[in-house]
Ligand binder design. Structure first.
Ligand code: SF4
Length: 358
């Protein structure tokens, strides 16, 4: 069958060597050409199984000294959970059958490494089997900066305490031009890269994320994926990529864009991004997650035919997306997620954060 994908680019994609120049050309092809090639690569890389995780988000605090323009979650007069309150939430998750909790917070200078270690130790003391997917490279970077502890030592100590995986958040867009506008004061591209490499070298795996669809150019958006690919070639520490379309509501960056008539990314643009991510990351990051909280359940099912092979978590609580205007809910049952997968012609499989079968 005649394909619009040039043969040499197709071969480079199969070898995991596609270039930024190739990707900039491919992204302009008719969408269904891109979807079909991404689907072919997905099928070769991971087959027809679509994974999901039964998990719960736990937000330690909504206070943060950061000034990210896209953040609808930060509050100066917010809450701060005690260890007992965190344990109560873990107990609820455990009772509901969660195998993983995802712990997130903000940047507060008083949160030092000992604090993060004590959260992990307290949870593991009571719930030794629950997997802790927690903390962002930004949180650990600042905890180390405040106390002068080398990054790798910090990650070794967190791992020893029982942290199972690190989150790959705070990456936003790995372009300092964009970061200076949307999240001034947050760790730079190099700092994020060095922090995640230190975590991987300490033996902690992480996922990887990208928040796209605001001020970045297409080239910056695609270049982010090439940065992730080069880290993965060095460390093999990423478990997955989670593309997160920017939610423009209730935050200054979004309000500014909305006032210029710029709304959120179109569904077709999201799907093209999933497809090009599969093509760029072929041979390095095998798992691409379609986030039902961000995309909605129906678009997620379509994304499974455009390169994605994971539907993320059942969640129980997603305050961040809700605060930014997501109306897709905060919980989906394992039964419904399995139905979303089987009705898309795929085979459901429950996993943990390391993509091991549960
Ligand atoms: S995105 Fe994170 S670092 Fe930025 S203001 Fe919000 S909570 Fe703070």
């Amino acid at each position: 069958m005649l394909s619009f994908i040039p043969e040499d680019a197709r071969e480079r994609a199969y070898r995991g060597e596609i270039t930024l120049k190739d990707a900039l050309k491919l992204i302009k092809l008719p969408p269904f050409e891109l979807f079909s090639f991404a689907d072919e690569l997905r099928s070769k890389a991971v087959g027809d199984v679509v994974t999901y995780v039964v998990n719960r988000n736990i937000y330690i605090t909504n206070m943060c000294l950061g000034k990210c323009g896209f953040c609808a979650y930060r509050s100066d007069q917010g809450f701060f959970l005690s260890i007992d309150q965190i344990l109560e939430k873990v107990a609820e998750a455990n009772e509901a059958g969660a195998v993983e909790i995802c712990i997130q917070g903000g940047y507060l200078p008083q949160l030092d490494l000992n604090y993060y270690i004590s959260v992990v130790e307290n949870i593991k003391d009571v719930f030794p089997k629950i997997s802790i997917h927690g903390f962002s490279p930004m949180e650990i970077f600042y905890a180390c900066k405040n106390t002068g502890i080398p990054l790798q030592e910090a990650f070794l100590r967190l791992k020893e305490a029982g942290l199972d995986t690190l989150t790959g958040t705070s990456a936003e867009i790995l372009s300092d031009r964009v970061r200076k506008i949307i999240c001034p004061g947050k760790i730079s591209t190099d700092e994020w890269v060095n922090t995640i490499i230190a975590a991987h070298q300490a033996g902690l795996k992480s996922n990887s994320t990208i928040m796209y669809g605001h001020l970045e150019t297409i080239e910056e958006r695609l270049n982010h994926l090439f940065i992730l690919r080069s880290i993965q070639q060095k460390t093999s520490g990423f478990t997955e990529l989670v593309p997160l379309p920017f939610m423009p509501y209730n935050n200054p960056l979004g309000e500014n864009l909305l006032s210029q008539g710029k709304f959120m990314t179109m569904g077709i643009e999201d799907l093209k991004f999933y497809a090009i991510a599969r093509i760029i990351l072929n041979g390095s990051i095998n798992n691409i997650q379609a986030s039902w909280v961000k995309l909605g359940k129906k678009l997620c099912q379509v994304a499974l035919h455009c390169g994605a092979n994971d539907l993320g978590g059942t969640l129980m609580e997603d305050q961040i997306s809700k605060a930014s205007g997501s109306t897709n809910g905060e919980y989906v049952s394992p039964e419904e997620i399995e139905w979303m997968i089987t009705s898309s012609g795929r085979i459901p499989k429950q996993r943990n954060a390391l993509y091991e079968e549960v």
